[in-house]
Design a protein around this ligand. Sequence first.
Ligand code: AMP
Ligand code: GLY
Length: 426
Amino acid sequence: MNVLVIGNGGREHAILTALKKSPKVDKLYCMKGNAGTAQIAENVNVDYMDAEAVKAFAFAHPEIDYYVVTPDDPLAVGIVDALESIGKRCFGPNKRAAIIESSKAYAKSLMKKYNIPTAEYEIFDDYEQALGYVRKKGAPIVLKADGLALGKGVLVCETLKRAEEGLKEIMLDKSFGSAGNVVVIEECMKGLKYAPGEEVSVLAFTDGKTIVPMITACDHKRALDGDKGLNTGGMGAFSPCPFWTEELEREVMQKIMVPTMNALNAEGRTFKGCLYFGLMRTDKGMRVVEYNSRFGDPETQAVLPMLKTDLMEIFEAVTDGRLSDIKIEWESGACVCVVLASGGYPLSYAKGKEITIGDIGDCTLYHAGTAVKDGKLVTNGGRVIGVSARAETLEEARKKAYAAAENIKWENIAYRKDIGLKYREG
Ligand code: AMP
Ligand code: GLY
């Protein structure tokens, strides 16, 4: 098979790397890709947000058998629908199902209707009413811009003053653009043992009939050590989550994962693809923080290296609705992915800095913001490279990843030093 993956990040490089191992796969393509994907796939320069351009490309390339649509924005605008309308086989939800991520208000109302545990909330499209509600509830309180905001449209406000400012930023100043026309205001959940609440990402394969969780992972959204600094697209991840137990898995399957799959079916929005559950362990049990309609980034860079089963086989089983027929197996041990970023990210940062890569042992590099310029590998984004290491224990994997990271250099490189240390006591 010839397979094309849509997207440009570390996650897409990790998916391509896993697909490359499949005996079923002949040639890989990436739309648009980066310098890393170019090493294992043919990068294709087509605007993947333009359904007509994607369809025209697919028509012109009948040799490509299968498309994997990964980022949230092409899913939200219906690129899977466009490809399926011309008979292409895809991995990824259609537009109707992708709404579970593209509208937080939709996701919250779905959870309310089907009794899926999540934080209490109200939805507003009127600033004065929203302000009245925030003042009534007081702090801490969580404000979420309804639409897609690159994972940055959520403000956890410790004080009423911050909440009032935040509401103005989202609804009046439109810091997240039209994503802030509607705001979801939520109760601030509290973790059982750690503050802020302990979070786990559970990615799951589903064909709408069966849902199979992958190995768990923990993300690191803040820019600086100790979960300080601004929110980012993710500064690192590790797998598995230290506080995860079989008991939690049963609870989450029964109360969250299966009910979500069934709820989407009942609403005529059958989800096929990777459904991501961002969960928090609270004093009231496991609750949903957010859904994503896709593989998480950087979690995928810590999860897929642990996958033993052929990823292409899983993708096809999801497309064909026979996921219950296959057994999905994982390596033992742990995986740590440290994201190396451009200094200044997530605010302004330089691009075009030359990257040198020394000894990385048996670690795997997943490129995100990289490019080749005048024959040299250079930085081309905020998050540049993910270094993933696998080992028998989390601590060993951590050591390996950081040893490799030290041998990767560019001017003003920045990365967190505490990936893999969270929740160590379970
Ligand atoms: P989201 O983009 O929805 O995942 O939110 C970003 C981050 O904000 C989450 O990873 C949590 O750390 C935090 N967060 C979101 N909603 C809540 C909530 N209701 N209570 C506490 N923290 C939250
Ligand atoms: N790691 C969180 C996300 O992919 O949105």
